[in-house]
Write a protein that binds this ligand. Structure first.
Ligand SMILES: [Zn+2]
Length: 424
């Protein structure tokens, strides 16, 4: 019977037999055996309810990638740090994006910050205008000392999101108006500007082309940031794998298969190199403005290139948010990099994250631990590997955790001092 059907997997046989027996009983009463049997078999096959055993790798069966959960048998020293060794300034957090202005979650996270020795978090979700006011109220009503806010450029304004010609950024006086808004935001307590990756990968001109990062039209904004003492934390492009085809050779296939919208195929987007080169042109054109390259300037897979950029642009610093997975799989290169450029790295996580995720940042920077996870998720979300600690010396840890950030942001030093006094 099976051989006459288009698909007959091993697990269908017992079902087929059961259906056959059931159908025979029906036939003995009604004579409907063939139509009933065929309907059941065709339907069960078509609907995929063929009752195949799970592809779990047991008893010689195939194993689905998403079922792969290797548990290392390695016996090596483990240091499950519960807090950072020195007070931390987390320069890369998203308190609107992740906590949605929930007061309870904020209280909860501040307690977590206390436990982990995180003195200050920089929220990059300030936007401008009314949302900035709401964000200030949310973070500062109870915790003025514990949060700084970076604002964001509103490229669309009151325009129709589907019609780039109507966007605020297409009006001739846009950059000058933004510069004014930034000055106002500074007077209201903002500390810097964050540029999201949509700038370069999503926002468009009326002719459909993407807004160019190095378009001269935006220069007054970057210049104003230098004048105001606003560092610009810039997220340009993404990991190398996101610009490669999603196929069996892509080392982040599993992640991209869950998030195909994170893929930037060459026929629809500029190349990663074009985007990063455009960003670097802006950094070069504005030496008096400090740029923080988010996510290790988005080249954590290629630290030699990041080193070249740091050598070339004295106004560039980098931060490791959401990149310990990359850095920790190349511990020799990463350690050399962090030692050599200890003055050019600030700390960032991309949180607020669950507590366990934070512990991996401390463990990565502070210990010599080997082969440990970089995420609390049971299946490594950014690549199927584990990471290794850098064992950084105390003077470097202090620089990365807070001293470098203090140099960039006025008022931070006093906040750290108050935090340390409270904790004594
Ligand atoms: Zn982020």
């Amino acid at each position: 019977m099976c051989s006459t059907l288009p698909v007959c997997r091993p697990g269908t046989q017992s079902l087929t037999r059961r259906l056959y027996l059931t159908a025979r009983e029906v036939h003995s009463r009604s004579g409907l055996i063939l139509p009933v049997l065929l309907c059941f078999l065709v339907l069960s096959t078509r609907l995929g309810i063929a009752q195949s055993p799970p592809l779990d790798g047991k008893s010689g069966r195939e194993l689905l990638l998403r079922n792969f959960r290797p548990v290392p048998t390695l016996k090596v020293p483990q240091h499950l740090l519960k807090q950072a060794k020195f007070p931390v300034v987390d320069m890369h957090t998203h308190f609107l994006h992740r906590l949605k202005h929930s007061p309870d979650q904020l209280d909860h996270f501040v307690k977590l910050m206390n436990r982990h020795n995180i003195a200050v978090c920089v929220s990059l979700d300030g936007r401008l205008g009314e949302t900035f006011n709401e964000h200030r109220k949310y973070l500062w009503t109870r915790y003025r000392d514990r949060f700084l806010i970076f604002v964001n450029v509103d490229w669309i304004g009151s325009g129709d999101p589907g019609k780039p010609a109507s966007w605020d950024c297409q009006r001739p006086d846009f950059a000058r108006r933004v510069a004014k808004q930034l000055a106002e935001a500074k007077s209201q307590g903002a500390s810097g500007l964050k540029l999201f990756k949509k700038f370069g990968l999503s926002y468009r001109n009326p002719d459909g082309s993407l807004l160019r990062i190095d378009d001269r039209r935006w220069d007054p904004i970057w210049k104003a940031c230098g004048t105001l003492g606003f560092p610009i934390i810039v997220h340009t492009a993404d990991p190398i794998a996101f610009f490669q085809p999603i196929d069996a050779s892509n080392e982040r296939w599993e992640e991209l298969s869950r998030h195909p919208e994170w893929s930037f195929p060459a026929d629809k987007f500029p190349t990663r190199e074009q985007l990063l080169t455009a960003r670097n042109r802006v950094i070069a054109r504005h030496p008096k403005t400090t740029f923080i390259g988010a996510h290790m300037a988005n080249a954590s897979e290629d630290l030699a290139t990041v080193a070249q950029w740091l050598d070339k642009y004295p106004n560039l610093v980098v931060e490791p948010a959401s990149r310990i997975g990359e850095l920790g799989r190349q511990p020799y290169s990463a350690r050399k990099f962090f030692l050599k450029y200890a003055d050019r790295v600030v700390f960032g996580t991309d949180g607020p994250w669950p507590e366990e995720r934070l512990t991996y940042y401390w463990r990565f920077l502070e210990t010599w631990d080997e082969h440990f996870p970089y995420s609390e998720k049971p299946f490594p979300p950014q690549g199927l590997w584990r990471i290794y600690g850098l064992g950084l010396p105390e003077n470097v840890l202090r620089k990365i955790y807070h001293e470098n950030a203090v140099r960039l942001i006025p008022g931070l030093k006093q906040r750290l001092e108050r935090f340390s006094q409270r904790n004594q």
